[in-house]
Design a protein around this ligand. Structure first.
Ligand code: MEV
Length: 441
């Protein structure tokens, strides 16, 4: 029978595990597994637990690094957190390939973020409300001053606000749209605190307005929240070289044919939504891995990227290729809202480490590094797709996962690797090869 569990979050970690184990009839060995993933340093474990609620253990993911990322002539070791076997290898391959061809070029186009206060006001004359909003400007500014002083000292703050009339889409709906500059912070808490303070001050200002009828004095604030869509926090990254310089033995074709096939594949992602989704997934394989490694919010980054991909009404691939005067240029433009201060960046020991090996970048530099990783990832994926096909590299990277599933010993792993060296890896090939080895011994 279903049972409502109350007070669970108040228990200690050990008590939570015991409570859950007794309710779900878990064996001691199963709960021991949770404990085996606790960090040996209690302070670190405590910190990890506090990031979330009802934490029982840590869910480990590989933390890797890609050397040879040359971005704007500066060399980086890029940290990546991902569980997908081929992602880091693909980024590493691409980084090395472009290192020899001038590296990645990147620029931050803009860094503005947006917050919205959505409210209902049922007066007849929207202009009257707009006038009142302008009149409240000084009062609202004074109210948010304590919240924004520190950000202003760092060069950021509120950059604009305006009242937006949406009554043609929903009766009574208005918004206060506020833009922010949050410097090296992602700024979600800062933005949301300012929005809530503005909403309060604004609704009080309306309630106290003179010359308004009783109905007009009522503002119903529905919600105040940042938008994760940041089309004005944009970064562009590109690689380029002469077509002849694309040559590489592993392509299995000449450079001109490769450039043509590569460009066609990218153009397909711009007209076909099914392909665009997979194409962009490949980009986010790289983007998310760096966003995670640096303690940033990958859900926010993904949401913004996908919305941007659909900005003209059709979801399209985020990269583009131009071939002109025998030059090949491959580029990615991406909205990114990330921080190098605040949030998890200094609280998660490995996020802190990631920023250290990146040489303590500011938010703009991090945007460029993340975009370069996304572009590198996309380059590797599309290159494989239009040359050897994706499965060759993919399954070779997946080989170890299959062997682990089949409980191969280290010796067996080496033997299977040798025996399948030149073959297309599949689960059946690996399991048959392993069986052969096992029969022989
Ligand atoms: C797999 O994680 C990502 C790819 O499917 C991306 C792509 O098709 O471009 C290889």
């Amino acid at each position: 029978m279903s049972q409502l569990i109350c007070g669970f979050s108040k228990l200690t970690t050990g008590e939570k595990i015991n409570r859950m184990a007794s309710l779900l009839n878990l064996a001691g060995s199963e709960t021991k597994l949770l404990e085996s993933f606790w960090h040996s340093d209690q302070k670190i474990q405590q910190r990890l637990e506090q990031f979330s609620e009802n934490t029982l253990s840590n869910f480990l993911s590989p933390f890797g690094v890609v050397p040879n990322f040359l971005i704007n002539s500066k060399s980086y070791w890029v940290p990546m957190v991902t569980e997908e076997s081929s992602v880091v290898a693909a980024a590493a391959h691409s980084a090395k390939y472009w290192f020899k061809r001038g590296g990645f070029h990147a620029e931050v186009i803009s860094t503005s973020k947006v917050g919205q206060i959505h409210f209902l006001w049922h007066g007849d004359d929207g202009d009257k409300l707009a006038q009142l909003f302008s009149g409240l400007d000084g009062q609202i500014r004074a109210a948010i001053k304590p919240l924004i002083t520190r950000m202003e000292e760092r060069g950021g703050g509120v950059t604009s606000w305006k009242l937006v009339d949406r009554t043609n889409q929903m009766p009574g709906l208005y918004q206060i749209l506020i833009t922010f500059e949050t410097c090296d912070a992602m700024g979600a808490n800062f933005i949301n605190s300012v929005l809530e303070r503005v909403a309060l001050e604004f609704s009080q200002g309306v309630e106290e307005a003179s010359g308004f009828s009783t109905d007009e004095l009522k503002v119903e604030i529905i919600m105040s929240i940042l938008s994760n869509y940041t089309p004005d926090s944009l970064v562009r990254c590109w690689v380029e070289c002469d077509i002849s310089a694309l040559n590489s033995p592993e392509l299995g074709m000449d450079a001109a044919e490769f450039a043509h096939r590569f460009q066609t594949a990218v153009k397909i992602s711009q007209i076909d939504t099914f392909r665009a989704t997979t194409h962009n997934k490949g980009i986010f394989n790289g983007v998310d891995a760096v966003v995670m490694a640096t303690g940033n919010d990958f859900r926010a980054v993904e949401a913004a990227g996908h919305t941007y991909a659909a900005r003209d009404g059709q979801y399209r691939g985020l990269t583009d290729v131009t071939i002109q005067d025998d030059r090949f240029r491959f580029e990615l433009t991406l909205p990114l809202s990330v921080g190098t201060v605040g949030g998890l960046t200094s609280l998660h020991p490995l996020a802190e480490f990631s920023l250290k090996i990146l040489n303590e970048p500011d938010a703009k530099e991090l945007m460029m590094i993340i975009a370069a990783t996304g572009l590198a990832q996309n380059f590797s994926a599309v290159r494989s797709l239009v040359t050897t096909g994706i499965q060759r590299g993919h399954m070779r990277m997946h080989l170890l996962n299959i062997l682990n599933q089949l409980k191969a010993t280290p010796l067996e792993v080496e033997r299977v690797k040798e025996m399948t060296h030149n073959q297309a890896i599949s689960f059946s090939l690996v399991s048959e090869t392993l069986n052969k080895i096992r029969k022989l011994h």
